[in-house]
Design a protein around this ligand. Structure first.
Ligand SMILES: [Zn+2]
Length: 76
């Protein structure tokens, strides 16, 4: 699960921003507003968590992007 750390200026601390999610089939997926954002998250997951190769795709239900592992594919 990849979240976004934001620096809260008022509280002077890093806060965890829970990303938007939507249901795709029978799983809940994180929504990314832009392709760049999704690709950055995929790289972080691969490098930091040793996740398998992740692909970025446009959601068919909304104006945002999701990550999909190449091994599992978007469908089951
Ligand atoms: Zn979606």
């Amino acid at each position: 699960m990849v979240g976004i750390l934001l620096y809260n200026v008022k509280m002077k601390q890093m806060t965890y921003h829970a990303p938007e999610k939507c249901w795709v089939g029978d799983q809940q997926k994180i929504c990314y507003a832009t392709r760049d954002e999704a690709e950055a998250a995929a790289l972080i997951a691969e490098h930091d968590y040793g996740a398998p190769k992740l692909t970025v795709y446009k959601c068919e239900y909304g104006d945002h992007w999701h990550l999909s592992s190449a091994t599992n594919g978007p469908r089951k």
